[in-house]
Write a protein that binds this ligand. Structure first.
Ligand code: ADP
Length: 396
């Protein structure tokens, strides 16, 4: 079965066409600058990337360009759109309504719309992608895969905030957590790869990318995670602050003469590694600056490692132990030094890192020594494949 996986943002759209039987990616790419001018990046497996500037006033043109590229006579991955058997969409926020992926129907769309308040930038864009696909490929089954769904198993003590309870009851203000597709995929794979017993396992997943979140997964179910009502909570990220004293919002608003939207913009887009270092949000730039002796960059890096270590320690307490700590996403998969620096806080857990394994670049790898009391591993995330698998499971 061929599954088209779509991740629709407000001005961009990422896609992959996956053969679900072999799990091979047949073609992938993205549309950028939708509503501004428009650029299509398309890559058929085994061929070079093609970049085409083309006008994309709306997502409709963007998706049409993707479909045209997929069936292009020379470089198309399929001959006709009839070969697309199903479409899987990433949907950011499923609120409390969705604890699992769901087939897209009118009722399902209405339920997603009710969650739009919780993700006003993301959900409407995801819904546009669904709408346009229904229009351009009528009859092809579609599935929504939610970033929040995996975390719906958290107990109330993990998801409630210390706020007046009517805010939860009236507005559903609570911790939801994000990157759920990744935490689910990586924690499941960790259990298999490390030979753990799924029904008796305690795994901590550190998803460290531009956005970062950590989750505690006990017996295959999420029991806590660092992101909250929105993806702003948790560890320091590329440009997001992560946890701060909420009173800082008022303090900075007064000092800098900003309104709430202005402060939120600072917390989401001008903070984190970028704001702390003044160098940039990219870990490669931070590491280069540290090598040049930049003290702000070093502090940003140290705050990140220390923050990750504190959350992991908290989750060891939450689960009364841990069998495996797993690193994933751009930073988690690529920056061995950071993995080592984070794990340097876990001597008390009996964690021992094998430097040679940690320096080896490989897809999936155990980086702890055989004597280590807790296994530490790198497992690359693959959200598109996870969306493809959920889609197939629901439409077959
Ligand atoms: P996103 O949250 O956008 O999906 P990614 O998971 O792709 O992000 O992670 C992006 C982060 O990973 C950036 O901070 C980038 O610097 C870092 N990263 C990716 N590759 C490397 C690498 N080879 N060395 C160091 N950092 C890397």
């Amino acid at each position: 079965m061929n599954v088209l996986v779509i991740n629709c943002g407000s001005s961009s759209l990422k896609y992959q066409l996956i053969n679900s039987d072999t799990e091979d990616v047949l073609a992938k790419g993205l549309c950028e600058r939708i509503g501004i001018d428009g650029r299509l990046v398309y890559q058929k497996a085994g061929l070079d990337k093609e970049i085409t500037e083309c006008a994309m006033p709306t997502h409709k043109e963007a998706i049409q360009f993707v479909l045209d590229a997929l069936i292009n006579e020379k470089t198309g991955a399929i001959k006709s759109l009839k070969e697309v058997d199903a479409i899987g969409h990433r949907v950011v926020h499923g609120g409390e309504k969705f604890a699992a992926s769901a087939v897209i129907t009118d009722e399902m769309i209405a339920a997603v719309k009710e969650c739009n308040d919780l993700a006003p930038l993301h959900n409407p864009a995801n819904l546009i992608g669904i709408d346009v696909c229904s229009e351009l490929m009528p009859g092809v089954p579609q599935v929504g895969v939610f970033d929040t769904a995996f975390h719906q198993t958290m107990p109330a003590k993990a998801y409630l905030y210390g706020l007046p309870i009517e805010y939860y009851k009236k507005y559903k203000v609570r911790r939801y957590g994000f990157h759920g597709t990744s935490h689910s995929f990586v924690s499941k794979r960790a259990v298999e790869f490390l030979g753990l017993d799924k029904d008796n396992s305690k795994v901590i997943v550190c998803h460290l990318g531009n956005g970062s979140s950590i989750s505690a997964v006990k017996n295959g179910k999420c029991v806590d995670t660092t992101m909250g009502l929105t993806p702003l909570e948790g560890v320091v990220m590329g440009t997001r602050s992560g946890n701060i004293d909420p009173a800082i919002v008022e303090f900075i608003a007064k000092k800098e003469n900003l309104d709430i939207a202005g402060v939120m913009n600072v917390l989401n887009k001008k903070s984190g590694l970028q704001g702390m270092s003044g160098v940039g949000s990219d870990m490669r730039d931070i590491r280069a600056a540290i090598a040049d002796g930049n003290e702000d960059a070093k502090n940003a890096y140290d705050v990140l490692c220390y923050g990750i270590a504190k959350f992991v320690g908290g989750y060891v307490a939450a689960m009364n132990g841990v069998d495996a700590i797993v690193f994933t996403a751009g930073i988690g998969e690529n920056v061995g030094q950071l993995r080592k620096d984070v794990c340097s806080y876990f001597g008390y857990l009996g964690v021992e890192i094998d430097d040679k394994a940690n320096d080896t670049f490989s897809e999936e790898i155990v980086i702890s020594t055989p004597a280590s009391k807790v296994k530490v591993a790198v497992i690359p995330t693959n959200e598109e494949l996870a969306i493809c698998r959920d889609t197939v499971a629901l439409v077959k």
